[in-house]
Design a binder for this molecule. Structure first.
Ligand code: ATP
Ligand code: MG
Length: 356
């Protein structure tokens, strides 16, 4: 049975549908991330799960019991959930230990047990030494960890985290994302995590639900979202890609201006017709690079339109000599081509996905 189930939920403000017919199933102990651009309905969805917002339509169930329908919402304090809000608020007038212990106090946990659990949790988030400090005496990352400890110490049925790392700089964010994944592996709380940062989502998630304009585009493992995107939006939002038109013939794809034919990993149906495909820049190869790659298909000649050196790789834009869509190619630093130079192009079909 699913731990948390969202069935066809909808929410509108005025005439604006903000969440549109969303269905989502979380298993016990699973961490699912809602990922999407600003304003796509992530916070609204999380607040509906928490019980702060009533549903327009649909239902939410926890372990098979309905907790929200269009007419009835079980209040947040009776849902056994913990939520960290987008502007995570820890109380400035309480010490670290008091902040972490607050939920236990509200629940009437005996004092000695509370003390033990607070100490354990502070160890987990590595704040044991700072238990008696006030928030104003902590760094942003430390405050973040207080918020996490406070949410987890009550052992929630479901943990809801709304952009909990948004106030941190890039390095600390990466470190804390790894930390959240580690804590998740340790405690296995069923978790819904919200972010608009795709690398953060890839780091921590079992599965990612990609949102766009209030609708679920695709929910999948990080690997599948990257390698098997089903829509143009997902292909473009998760990593970089080339979105181009291809011709389908008997399950094979051809690209305008190029002679090679590609058989993608998923079967392509339909007769001679145009489809949109996503081709990852690192599955395109220039020159000798490509002939050495097992499985890469010779596509024909291209010429270099522009190039940027990014340290870890070259970012080339190439165009088929016979005309056709230009393509972005990521090549290793040693693969040096001048603007205007011609080169054979190879494509690894494993980096090609047909998208709608
Ligand atoms: N109370 C409200 N009244 C009217 N419109 C609202 C209300 N709350 C949210 N909205 C609108 O609903 C849409 C979705 O908002 P939401 O906060 O869920 O987005 P989000 O995906 O969390 O974005 P962000 O990444 O910026 O936090 C936005 O267009 C927002 O303006
Ligand atoms: Mg939000």
């Amino acid at each position: 049975m699913s731990k948390l189930q969202l069935k066809n939920i909808c929410k509108s403000y005025g005439a604006n549908p903000v969440v549109d017919d969303l269905s989502l199933d979380l298993q016990q102990g699973e961490l699912v991330t809602l990922l999407g651009p600003s304003g796509c309905g992530k916070t609204t969805t999380l607040r509906m799960i928490a019980g702060f917002i009533d549903l327009g339509a649909g239902s939410i169930s926890m372990a098979g019991k309905e907790i929200s329908t269009a007419g009835r919402t079980v209040p947040p304090e009776h849902r056994g959930m913990s939520m960290i809000f987008q502007s995570y608020a820890i109380w400035p007038n309480m010490t670290v230990a008091e902040n972490v212990g607050f939920g236990l106090k509200v629940r009437g946990t005996p004092a000695d047990e509370a003390k033990r659990r607070i100490a354990e949790m502070l160890d987990v988030v590595q704040l044991g030494a700072l238990a008696h400090r006030y928030p104003a005496e902590l760094s942003g990352g430390q405050q973040q960890r207080v918020a996490l400890a406070r949410a987890m110490v009550v052992r929630p049925e479901v943990l809801l985290l709304d952009e909990p790392l948004s106030n941190l700089d890039a390095n600390l964010r990466e470190e804390m994302a790894g930390e959240i994944r580690r804590l998740h592996d340790e405690f296995r709380f069923t978790t819904v995590y919200v972010t608009h940062d795709q690398s953060e989502a890839m780091t921590i998630s079992d599965r990612i639900a990609v949102f766009n304009l209030g609708k679920l585009e695709q929910i999948d493992t990080p690997w599948n979202l990257y390698n098997r995107p089903r829509t143009q939006f997902v292909a473009g939002f998760i990593g970089r890609t080339n979105l181009v038109t291809a011709q389908v013939n008997n399950g094979l794809l051809t690209l305008a201006g190029l002679s090679g034919t590609l058989r993608p990993d998923q079967a392509v149906t339909g007769g001679a017709s145009d489809v949109r495909v996503s081709i990852r820049p690192q599955s395109l190869y220039l020159g000798n690079e490509g002939s050495a790659r097992e499985g890469a298909v010779a596509m024909g000649e291209v010429s270099v339109l522009s190039r940027t050196y990014l340290g870890e790789h070259w970012d080339y834009v190439v165009s088929p000599v016979g005309g056709g869509d230009s393509l972005r190619v990521h090549a290793p630093p040693a693969s040096v081509l001048e603007v205007g130079q011609q080169s054979p192009l190879f494509i690894d079909p494993r980096g090609v996905a047909v998208v709608s």
